[in-house]
Ligand binder design. Structure first.
Ligand SMILES: *Cc1c(COP(=O)(O)O)cnc(C)c1O
Length: 227
């Protein structure tokens, strides 16, 4: 298993443009898969279940894991929907929360970050897909949040940019249209807000996302194999 993960990471990393960060999405895969990815050069790992994220952190990177020095520079990304009552478990160590789509979640992240005397980096997730099942803020909700932000809300949250998931479809024009819409919002608000991260693109659509201006792709199955 290890050899294939390292090889696939290297291939993906070589194909994604140098300025675009690759988050290795290790969800559902064992700790050994993260170790293999790290050995090949991956540094950011994406998980969507808090319990699994905490388990992997405790095994590999927690100060009391016995070997935190072996994984220096490893950053854990929470990429999926995050329930408010679980924020407290990841607040001490999470490197980036990708899918913030509610004011109440910002409130909770701010509170837990303050308790740990840190600033937690987050991305605001926009609803860009046609499917109603995909989560995310509307443009109007984004504007409200940015207004509150400018008024000084959530001082312990570092809003670093935007994230979105396109419709799961073979229609590349539609996917590009959705990614371009997100990119337009990023360009509209980003400079004033000091954003540097536009997280869009997964194994099946990252090439389109990069063409549309993505700065961060989240790649799981193309590195770790089918789930
Ligand atoms: C699972 C997941 C990914 C990675 O999906 P792949 O198709 O395996 O690359 C990316 N982003 C989010 C939010 C995910 O939940």
């Amino acid at each position: 298993m290890d050899g294939m993960i390292g090889q696939r990471w290297t291939e993906v990393r070589a194909e994604v443009p140098a300025g675009v960060e690759v988050v290795a999405v290790s969800k559902t895969k064992p700790v050994e898969a993260v170790e293999a990815g790290y050995a090949a050069g991956a540094r950011s790992f994406g998980e969507n279940r808090v319990q699994e994220l905490v388990h992997k952190h405790e095994t590999l990177t927690h100060p009391e894991s016995g070997r935190p020095d072996a994984f220096q520079g490893l950053s854990w990304h929470q990429i999926g929907t995050l329930q408010k009552n679980k924020v407290k478990y990841i607040a001490p160590f999470v490197g980036l929360i990708h899918a913030v789509d509610q004011v109440s979640l910002l409130d909770e992240i701010n509170k837990r970050a303050q308790a740990h005397d840190r600033k937690i980096p987050v991305l605001l997730q926009l609803h860009i897909a046609q499917e109603s099942s995909k989560f995310g803020l509307s443009n109007a909700e984004l504007e409200v949040i940015l207004g509150q932000r400018e008024a000084g809300q959530w001082p312990h949250v570092h809003v670093q940019g935007l994230m979105g998931m396109a419709t799961f479809t073979e229609d590349h024009l539609q996917v590009a249209r959705e990614f371009n819409g997100l990119r337009a919002l990023f360009d509209q608000y980003g400079p004033a807000m000091g954003w540097d991260t536009l997280s869009m693109g997964m194994s099946g659509d990252w090439r389109i996302a990069v063409d549309c201006g993505s700065t961060m792709v989240r790649i799981g199955s193309a590195i770790f194999g089918k789930r």
